[in-house]
Ligand binder design. Structure first.
Ligand code: SDX
Length: 437
């Protein structure tokens, strides 16, 4: 980050001495006011619940321009990556900062595809869950459990340990997610096949069974690979911030990623894709397109807690570029699978049109986000609704681990420990139980 000759002066109406704070600029995006000395100089904290105006770190991985609706991974627009690259190229880019050449891509792919198996004992963890457990509950458990198997590489200050942990996590997430799915439907786990591509291997582990030959469907693989690219990273979102905060204490990467999975599960965050599809199914059940007006009225009614899931974003105050790409993928997949008249897609497009013309949404700059269409695509691909967020976690693992690695390597990093504005009881004496009213 670059110091500027601009500074922020904080003055107080009660005559307290004003203080100057340096302003730094990045390569693009808002400048920052360095408030690190504020408490020492004024005895006061800043107050920013939800971190609406707070930069928690400096990063060179992902940049979002919320007003323009732009998303860059290491400077490359998501629209170009989605068309010109596959997911493992995108992983290499996020981890190392540059796109791989052919030799580098081949070596990286070999490394990932030869770490896809999990220790055979991991299957015992699955058998401890009910068959109808939510896949995210299973994933939080089994990813955290990975740290019980890799005592040889848990020194977070050793770059080689960080590298092998990153490879293991990226390589094993598809296996763990597919195992959660197979376990939920009572089918045997399918071992990875290392001669397949990353996404083809995942599709095969999900949908093949030992009783018949399975031919991977290229439409399904391409669509899934694009879904993974679109979900790979997104600057300091809630789950990435969770991973960073967990990692700042020195926790091992597997535990940090398990914490990120737990945070992603929430319906306001990664759980929105599952919630958005269930919302479309409810509208369909209630009568379909004709009932959209009624549903939108409920959303606008302050007394109802109904939200238009898959709409709105803390940063994007314009169309989420990933939503546009996801809608295109929707068209391609539904056409390829002969599902042109998919009723849910029709409901989604009608709902989007109505919302984008309605003052309530326009005035609040609420646009479709990545979760609005992703459920329709995944549903068309045969992925069960309850697995959508697990696939989001599979994709986001590379972003989480890239951000974690950047934080650990940052000489400025310290354990994260926010303060508070205390509004509770001040000091008071305990009354013995016998004397309490
Ligand atoms: C992801 O951060 C990331 O980058 C996340 C993510 C990533 O890749 O990591 O992009 C992935 O999580 C996408 C977001 C998925 N979540 C949803 O689709 C759930 C529905 N969306 C909302 O819950 C909400 O829009 C958030 C949580 C996404 C953003 O919330 P903010 O920024 O805190 O905004 P807000 O709740 O303060 O809303 C501002 C206004 C409020 O109305 P008023 O109080 O001003 O009258 O807009 C309203 C909100 O009630 N509003 C909505 C709405 N989202 C916001 N009203 C109806 N439906 C919605 N979806």
């Amino acid at each position: 980050m670059t110091p500027t000759d601009n500074k922020a002066t904080l003055s107080f109406s009660n005559g307290s001495p004003s203080i100057d704070m340096p302003i730094y600029k990045g390569t693009v995006g808002p400048d920052v006011i360095d408030i690190r000395k504020l408490y020492g100089q004024t005895g006061m904290f800043t107050y920013d619940p939800g971190f609406m105006s707070t930069a928690a770190c400096n990063s060179s991985i992902t940049y979002i321009d919320g007003d323009k609706g732009e998303l860059l991974y290491r400077g490359y627009p998501i629209e170009q990556l989605a068309v010109n690259c596959d997911f493992l190229e995108t992983c290499y880019l996020l981890l190392k900062g540059e796109l791989p050449n052919q030799a580098q891509k081949k070596e990286f792919e070999f490394g990932i595809m030869h770490h896809t198996m999990v220790n055979e004992q991991m299957s015992s963890f699955y058998h401890g869950f009910r068959r109808d457990s939510h896949p995210m509950a299973v994933l939080v458990g089994v990813v955290g459990a990975l740290s019980a198997f890799y005592h040889d590489s848990l020194d977070i200050n050793n770059p080689e340990h960080r590298e092998i942990s990153a490879m293991r996590l990226i390589a094993k997430m598809p296996t763990l997610v597919a195992m959660a799915y197979k376990y939920s439907i009572g089918q045997p786990f399918v071992y990875p096949k290392n001669d397949l591509s990353y996404s083809a291997n995942f599709v095969r582990m999900m949908f093949s069974n030992p009783c018949e030959e399975y031919v991977v469907n290229d439409v399904l693989v391409r669509a899934l690979d694009r879904i993974l690219i679109l979900h790979a990273d997104h600057e300091q979102n809630a789950s990435t911030s969770t991973v960073r905060l967990s990692g700042s204490s020195g926790a091992n990467p597997f535990a940090c990623i398990a914490a990120g999975i737990a945070c992603l599960w929430g319906p306001a965050h990664g759980g929105a894709n599952e919630a958005a599809l269930n919302m479309l199914l409810d509208i369909q059940k209630d009568g379909g397109v004709e009932k959209i007006g009624e549903f939108v009225a409920k959303v606008k009614d302050k007394n109802s807690s109904v939200k238009l899931m898959g709409f709105g974003h803390r940063v994007y105050k314009n169309y989420d570029p990933r939503a546009k790409l996801m809608r295109e993928t929707c068209h391609e997949v539904l056409d390829a699978l002969g599902l042109h008249d998919d009723p849910l897609f029709k409901i989604a497009m009608a709902l989007e049109k109505i919302a984008l013309e309605d003052e309530y949404f326009v005035s609040r700059k609420l646009y479709p986000n990545v979760d609005f269409y992703s459920g329709i695509v995944q549903s068309a691909l045969g992925i069960p609704t309850s697995l959508f967020t697990a696939i989001f976690a599979l994709a986001r693992t590379v972003g989480w681990i890239a951000q974690w690695n950047e934080m650990i390597s940052d000489p400025e990093q310290k354990i994260g420990r926010p303060r508070q504005l205390f509004v509770g009881a001040t000091t008071r004496d305990v009354v013995p139980l016998a004397k309490r009213a």
